[in-house]
Design a protein around this ligand. Structure first.
Ligand code: SF4
Length: 311
């Protein structure tokens, strides 16, 4: 019998990167201390500020909401923001679970849709892309529109931060993707607090699970009976470039536990150097919607993307 490193009872989870073996109670304690450490070490949440959580209904964002509500419900107001991209039999089902969780945990939530906000759904965008592959990938549209809408709603709600469910795996994948794309500007925007720096236009995005591996999130959600959508994947997921990075990184992690942490440590060491690159980024107003953008173009990415599919 494998024993818990802390109490000697039967271990219920083995974490090869430690290595650590934990019973359920000691794993939960270990997991929550690490998330609290991430929050305090990176100064993610200020006492009293209103925090939005981007809630998709999946395990990462549901766990983030559960944890922030557990840690901060007495000192901060937590609001969930749900975005419906218009992907039937996927997001509608995931958001149903998200709404159930909010009701169960007594958390206020706001739900917005691409259809109402942009006058187009991801299914309609996908149909346009199917006819013209030069338009780009479905996910590149979805990501731009989601980030914009999340920021807009959080600003309207006067939130000081937007928490997302990004975990260690997501961050390690993003670091490598930006290196492979030779994109130091995007690389510089990564981190526990993400984005293009302090401006009144952008609500900073924070990642409480930044130092937490995905497998640990799955175990924590299961041990705490956090209901999350886990059935069908998004029908467009196969298009995401990230998939290749995910599967290769998982292979490295299996052969050499701790690889994902090492990639994150490398990035943390590089971040001060990258900050100089980030300061060079010039921001300007989009000629169409007047929102602040870091793009070199006259228009922001949202206007550029919508122009392609709303001709
Ligand atoms: Fe959007 Fe792509 Fe994610 Fe589907 S897989 S929700 S299209 S970003």
């Amino acid at each position: 019998m494998v024993k818990c490193n802390r109490c000697g009872k039967k271990a219920e989870i083995l974490l090869p990167y430690g290595p650590h073996n934990f019973c359920r109670a000691h794993f939960i304690g270990f997991f929550e201390r690490r998330v609290k450490r991430t929050i305090s070490r990176h100064g993610l949440i200020r006492r009293g500020e209103r925090i939005a959580v981007g809630l998709s209904g999946g395990k990462d964002s549901s766990t983030t909401l559960f944890l922030l509500n557990k840690f901060f419900s007495k000192s901060n107001e937590i609001i969930a923001i749900m975005l419906d991209e218009g992907i039937p039999k996927y997001r509608d089902r995931a958001l149903k679970i998200a709404e159930e969780n909010c009701k169960k945990w007594k958390i206020h939530y706001v739900r917005k849709s691409f259809r109402k906000e942009f006058g187009i759904t991801m299914m309609q965008i996908m149909r346009k892309i199917a006819k013209d592959e030069n338009l780009g990938s479905t996910c590149s549209f979805c990501g731009v529109l989601r980030r914009y809408l999340l920021n807009k709603v959080a600003k309207e709600l006067k939130c000081g931060k937007i928490a997302t469910g990004h975990n260690l795996d997501d961050e390690a994948q993003s670091i490598l993707m930006n290196i492979f794309d030779n994109d130091p500007k995007r690389l510089a925007r990564l981190g526990a607090i993400a984005g293009i720096g302090e401006t009144a236009e952008f609500v900073p995005r924070i990642k409480p699970l930044y130092e937490t591996p995905e497998k640990d999130v799955i175990a924590y959600a299961s041990f705490n009976n956090i209901k999350a959508y886990s059935e069908e994947c998004c029908p467009f997921k196969w298009q995401a470039k990230r998939n290749l990075f995910r599967s290769e990184l998982d292979k490295f992690e299996e052969k050499s536990p701790g690889t994902k942490y090492k990639i994150l440590s490398f990035f943390k060491n590089m971040k001060p150097l990258l900050a100089a690159e980030q300061k060079k980024e010039k921001l300007h107003k989009c000629a169409k919607c007047r929102s602040i953008t870091s793009e070199k173009n006259k228009y922001c990415m949202v206007c550029l993307q919508l122009k392609k599919v709303k001709k």
